[in-house]
Design a protein around this ligand. Sequence first.
Ligand SMILES: NC(=O)c1ccc[n+]([C@@H]2O[C@H](COP(=O)([O-])OP(=O)(O)OC[C@H]3O[C@@H](n4cnc5c(N)ncnc54)[C@H](OP(=O)(O)O)[C@@H]3O)[C@@H](O)[C@H]2O)c1
Length: 246
Amino acid sequence: MSRHVVITGASSGIGAACARLFQQRGDRLSLGARREDRLQGVAGEAFRQALDVTKPPSVARFVTAAVAANGPIDILINNAGLARGIEKIAEGTGEAWREMIETNVLGLLEVTRLVLPHMVQNKRGHVVVIGSIAGHKAYVGGGVYCASKRALQPICEAMRMETLGTGIRVTSVDPGLVETEFSLVRFRGDQERATKVYHDTRPLTGDDIAECVLFAVDRPAHVNIDTIVVMPTDQASPQMVHRGGR
Ligand SMILES: NC(=O)c1ccc[n+]([C@@H]2O[C@H](COP(=O)([O-])OP(=O)(O)OC[C@H]3O[C@@H](n4cnc5c(N)ncnc54)[C@H](OP(=O)(O)O)[C@@H]3O)[C@@H](O)[C@H]2O)c1
């Protein structure tokens, strides 16, 4: 049966890969991100609208329009997120910290707050959160990004408690190194620096993560996958990556 899948941050990387995979499955898509032009190139038939998760009026407009276009929301993939810089705490800037917390934590909360009541009313729904291994293990220069991803764990736990008995499921998919525009954004457009992150190793792809999301949402209604932690075979922790082949 066709499901209504809402994906935030669908203009590139993991979000775009989820859109492609769910579309192949015949689901109805609502895609949001700030770069509307980039959204146009993702998946064929879909509802698309500019969305800035850090702006509550933009979130409200997006959720209302998505429900009007595609009906009740079955699956919300909270994917929009970013890291800004790799400065140590003593050298960081409030601007970068705010951007990460406002996008990764408050933005996710804002979208979820508007979608969840519909799901509770319909007694069905699946909230998927794209976390990170950064939420499980900190690393030098990643303090605030890691904190923003760690924060998603109690948010997911509380949501499971608060929706208990309603049939709603909550899953966190927490990837390691995935080759997307993530590093380009982190290093503010410095392509050379971004490329180095994936040099001489085999990272995951957005498609690998989309497969994990699909696995979780395709389980029978009585099965809730709590957390999927997924890393490349050549990664053992955020900053331990094997390079150079075997
Ligand atoms: N790549 C990795 O190694 C990795 C590992 C673990 C977790 N993650 C997580 O995976 C998620 C997706 O990242 P990605 O790797 O696919 O990177 P990406 O290619 O840079 O994609 C990030 C997406 O988030 C959107 N976004 C950013 N700020 C937004 C905002 N304020 N409002 C709406 N959309 C916003 C971007 O769209 P616009 O710029 O068009 O708004 C883009 O579509 C993030 O939550 C990230 O933290 C990534």
